[in-house]
Design a protein around this ligand. Sequence first.
Ligand SMILES: [Zn+2]
Ligand SMILES: [Zn+2]
Length: 332
Amino acid sequence: MVLDHPGEALRHSEISTPDPGPGQLLIQVHACAVCRTDLHIVDGELTQAKLPLILGHEIVGKVAQLGGGVSQFKIGDRVGVPWLGWTCGTCWYCRSDQENLCDHGKFTGYTIDGGYAEYTVADQRFCLPLPDGYSDAEAAPLLCAGLIGYRSLVKAGKAKRLGLYGFGAAAHIVAQVARYQQRAIYAFTRPGDEAAQQFAITLGAVWAGGSNQTPPEKLDAAIIFAPAGELVPLALKAVGKGGTVVCGGIHMSDIPSFSYSILWEERTLTSVANLTRRDGAEFMALAARVRVRTAVEAFELQQANEALRRLRDGKIEGAAVLTTAAANAQTV
Ligand SMILES: [Zn+2]
Ligand SMILES: [Zn+2]
């Protein structure tokens, strides 16, 4: 499914199977989750996309062929491909353990082709072994919703009372990890979205309400997954002294001006950009222990436009996942 130009629907197209270059894997795609970032790319809000482009950065598949010099994987292995697709290894950020900020980084399904396809190639160094206990479709959302959610959760520090604004794919995974860590979850949804609030309660939230509501207690930290800048002042008001607000998305509408008093008392406002390979390894180890229950709405690959539309309309509970005929529906 090919994006020719921002603003257009993806086009179903037959193209030749890519050849794996040195250090790359050819991967038969089984499942690829649909991320809000994909919408930002389709809408042209992220402007660096290669065109034409195959979207998709939450890829689960099987290694079908090895490029020269590949040693970390063998044919038949199940692998995951996340957003971080390549880093230079030499810039200041790469050398200071912040490869997520690499000056020359390449990103799956954005500046290199991704997983809305039957086959893709990926650099073996950025591919992740996946935990057992998840079907292909269940594992796919771990690769961005899970990983970026995990990085956001780490930035929230030791917070015991944690607010999650926007209860979609990332929040539904983070909520389960945070509960495992014995934190209390406060879920904020679009005002009046009772289905999403009920979904949050079933995943163990102690409180769920609209983003315009005040939680019953001051929070220690809040993570904002919804791309709505007006949530930032609301979240700052909801956290107590010394609290942290983490913006987990790649794009957000403008933040309205706000009084310094809601930032004062050592509140911190920060953002998360991309991921490191260490985040990937740490989170997959955690996902093997926690056994996150990923709620998945599956679509066939050719229904990608429909999946994007339903995500845009807030109609997806959990994560939308594109699956191919090769997908293993069983827990492996
Ligand atoms: Zn993503
Ligand atoms: Zn670099």
